[in-house]
Design a protein around this ligand. Structure first.
Ligand SMILES: Nc1nc2c(ncn2[C@@H]2O[C@H](COP(=O)(O)OP(=O)(O)OP(=O)(O)O)[C@@H](O)[C@H]2O)c(=O)[nH]1
Ligand SMILES: [Zn+2]
Length: 324
């Protein structure tokens, strides 16, 4: 028996911060993070120095130490970020006045679903915008859902026809609809909502999360100033049935990093057709020897699918005239 050894304090072999608790980042405002924890008050936290330059964004699952009571004035520290299963990047040109703003930055982590909100009228649907969102979703491996609002003002036939060849789920929303189908699709998911100004996104979020305004108020209270600069905020769906992440400050998603091949993930019927392409083929109409043309010509895929794919390819560059 050698008591010396066995009496060594157990703490020395324990992993660092094994007393940390897990949380979900619901808002970020100038260095302060609102973190939801199981069965407790939302915790205000800051990054621990040991995170280095790693960013913490809405949707991140994190480990917290310190004062995690959520009491007024309490401040916890984020010591770990769980590996992300998906990321959405803000487009680089949202803020080109600073070097940092010119980079594509992650704005949302771990989303399961991207809800693209578009009105059928007033303003009319912008397919360029929808296409860009689809590229972001396919690239990030997030399920897209097209949410067509103002269905009381115009029918969806034209938009749906445009996307007929994409296997794209959609829901229609009008002022008197009960939102049951949409709620069902949101249940248990982390869903990011994106849409142009005026399409009825706020109206919809307020219907889905009746106290959304209050929740956003709580969020801006974590910041140190009066003016909140959040570009994404997660709102709990009633009954803890999932999260909606609203993206008020995000005009569109960054796509510059998306390769032509990774975009093919959304087009399984075209993938096989690219086997004959030369390496580095960009699959655009300018690639004269792109094998996709012959693939479609031979009847292996619908020409509209190739047209859709190429439209998405082109939209990576952010054709602003199409987006406006
Ligand atoms: N006819 C009709 N009008 C709607 C519907 N949904 C919203 N609106 C109206 O459309 C206008 C814009 O709605 P908002 O919810 O403010 O739109 P938003 O997308 O949040 O726009 P921003 O607040 O600018 O980001 C408002 O006047 C709404 O009342 C709808 O389903 N049908
Ligand atoms: Zn090709």
């Amino acid at each position: 028996m050698r008591p010396g050894r066995s009496s060594r304090p157990r703490t020395r072999t324990r992993p660092k911060h094994d007393d940390a608790i897990e949380g979900f980042v619901s808002a970020v405002d100038r260095g302060r993070y609102a973190v939801e924890v199981d069965g407790g008050q939302p915790v205000t936290a800051m990054r621990a120095r040991e995170l280095g330059r790693k960013s913490v964004v809405v949707g991140d699952r994190v480990s917290l130490v310190g004062d995690t009571t959520g009491a007024a004035g309490a401040l916890a520290r984020i010591v770990r970020i769980t590996e992300r299963k998906s990321v959405l990047r803000r487009t680089a040109d949202d803020d080109d006045s600073t070097p940092e703003g010119r980079l594509e930055r992650v704005v949302v982590a771990n989303a399961d679903q991207l809800v693209i909100v578009s009105s059928l009228s007033d303003p009319p649907p912008r397919t360029g915008f929808i296409d860009r969102c689809l590229v972001a979703a396919y690239d990030a491996d997030i399920e897209p859902l097209l949410c067509l609002t103002k269905a009381d003002l115009a029918g969806p036939a034209e938009v749906l026809d445009y996307y007929a060849e994409l296997d794209l789920p959609h829901v229609l929303v009008r002022p008197d609809s009960d939102l049951a189908e949409l709620r069902e699709r949101l249940a248990g998911q982390v869903s990011v909502m994106v849409g142009h100004s005026g399409v009825g996104k706020s109206t919809l979020v307020n219907r889905l999360v009746p106290d959304a305004d209050r929740a956003v108020g709580v969020v801006s209270a974590i910041g140190r100033g009066r003016h909140t600069s959040t570009s994404a905020v997660a709102l709990p769906l009633p009954g803890e049935t999932g999260w909606i992440i609203d993206t008020p400050g995000v005009r569109s998603f960054g796509l510059a990093h998306v390769s032509a091949d990774s975009l093919l993930h959304g087009f399984p019927d075209l993938v096989e057709g690219t086997v004959e392409c030369r390496p580095n083929c960009e699959h655009t109409p300018n690639d004269n020897d792109c094998a996709l043309d012959a693939w479609v010509m031979a009847g292996n895929a619908d020409p509209r699918r190739l047209a859709s794919y190429r439209r998405l390819l082109a939209s990576r560059a952010g054709d602003e005239t199409e987006n406006q």
